[in-house]
Design a protein around this ligand. Structure first.
Ligand code: UT7
Length: 351
């Protein structure tokens, strides 16, 4: 395939591979008890989290390395050659740089799109860029990826959700409500344009309310603090979250956006096989399960092992389902995200 392409669209799109990567260090609730005033009981009861994986701080594990590992696994799972990838999209709020896009280095490491177009006598490359959507990044990027494939701007696309928020968290009592919550990880999928129009997105939503940005933000400079907050140098480069505010927002918005997406597709919750949701707090997820009367196996929770991994959490759930053989052709999957921005969104797939 040549680097430049005409835009002949694909009527359908499939998820043909997936893979994940987590850093080596396990941080349990009991480890956290040694670092701050908290308890395993409090964390499990309030969040459902028991442990999370944390990247080493020596530069050997970061958003880029985890993305490369997850991306390679997804490509191997898809059974394709990296040279077949047209585009690499990396959803992250913790890139290695603001320039270059981390995705470009990931694409290079993986060999995405790399090759020689002998007929046209030029080298081939994959396009690559980062996508900043915080905890909603993966869902928003997924809808964007689908649209690019439908439009024919790519056929095979590697989509990665990766975050290493631990570098922006203080593991002390002052930072305890965020420190216990977040883990580091990457999850990737390979999407491919198909001629079968029955596969792909059935309905989707992408929404934001910037008036509530200060519920969850990461200040790098003193003027990044909200007007009513006294800037504090020691809070720079540290995630600031109004946990209770985000919790209330999520408990309300999450079922609402699911209901709206089902309506748009003309489906009932029973007709969706899997709800693959951002893992921010087990209580938010069980509340949504109760609201729709869903069985445990329909709305999967794995936050106990990983914590809240931001843009990686949704592909981590998908990977669990795929590796357990629970995702089958003909099923419907709804991906649901919410988080900083504030943002919330869905992507309902026929797979
Ligand atoms: O990924 C998308 C964005 N993020 C979210 O969706 C997160 C949503 N929010 C949450 O998950 C929860 O709000 C948290 C887990 C962050 C906090 O749980 P909470 O039940 O909302 O606790 P809280 O912040 O209202 O604090 C209740 C109490 C406070 O003590 P006092 O003031 O009542 O004496 C806190 O100081 O719990 C205390 N607390 C803790 N105690 C032990 C806060 N963090 C901890 C802790 N260990 N780690």
């Amino acid at each position: 395939m040549s680097t430049a392409r005409t835009t002949v669209g694909y009527p359908g799109c499939r998820i043909i591979g997936s893979g994940v990567a987590t850093p080596g260090r396990t941080l349990t609730n009991h480890d956290l008890e040694q670092m701050m005033d908290t308890s395993d009981e409090w964390i499990v009861q309030r969040t459902g989290i028991r442990s999370r994986q944390i990247a080493r701080k020596d530069g050997t594990e970061n958003t880029m390395t985890l993305s490369v590992d997850a991306g390679r696994r997804a490509i191997a799972d898809a059974g394709i050659d990296p040279s077949e990838i047209d585009l690499v999209m990396l959803a992250t709020m913790t890139p290695e740089y603001t320039c270059p896009p981390t995705a470009c280095r990931v694409a290079m490491e993986i060999g995405a799109g790399k090759g020689r177009d002998e007929g046209a006598n030029h080298d081939r490359y994959a396009g690559a860029w980062d996508f900043s959507g915080a905890c909603c990044g993966f869902v928003f990027a997924l809808n964007n990826a689908y649209a690019l494939i439908r439009a024919g701007m790519a056929r095979t696309l590697l989509l990665i959700g990766a975050d290493t928020l631990s570098k922006y968290v203080h593991y002390n009592t002052a930072g305890r409500s965020t420190a216990i919550l977040f883990g580091d990880a990457a999850g990737a999928i390979v999407l491919r344009g198909e001629q079968d129009p029955s596969v792909g997105v059935l309905a989707q939503a992408m929404l934001s309310d910037g008036s509530r940005w200060q519920e969850l933000y990461l200040p790098f400079e003193e003027h990044n603090f909200p007007n009513d907050v006294e800037p504090q140098r020691e809070l720079l480069n540290t995630v600031q979250m109004n946990g209770r505010g985000v919790f209330k927002f999520a408990v309300g918005t999450f079922p609402e956006i699911i209901a709206q997406t089902l309506d748009a597709a003309g489906l009932s919750a029973d007709e969706v096989d899997h709800f693959v949701c951002h893992q921010s707090n087990a209580r938010i997820l069980t509340a949504a399960r109760d609201r729709f009367g869903l069985d445990e196996h329909k709305l999967h929770i794995n936050i106990d092992r990983y914590g809240n991994t931001v843009a990686a959490s949704i592909p981590l759930v998908l990977q669990d389902l795929r590796s357990e053989g629970k995702v089958r052709e003909g099923q419907r999957i709804m991906f649901v995200g919410f988080g900083g921005g504030l943002t919330w969104g869905t992507s309902l797939w026929q797979v």
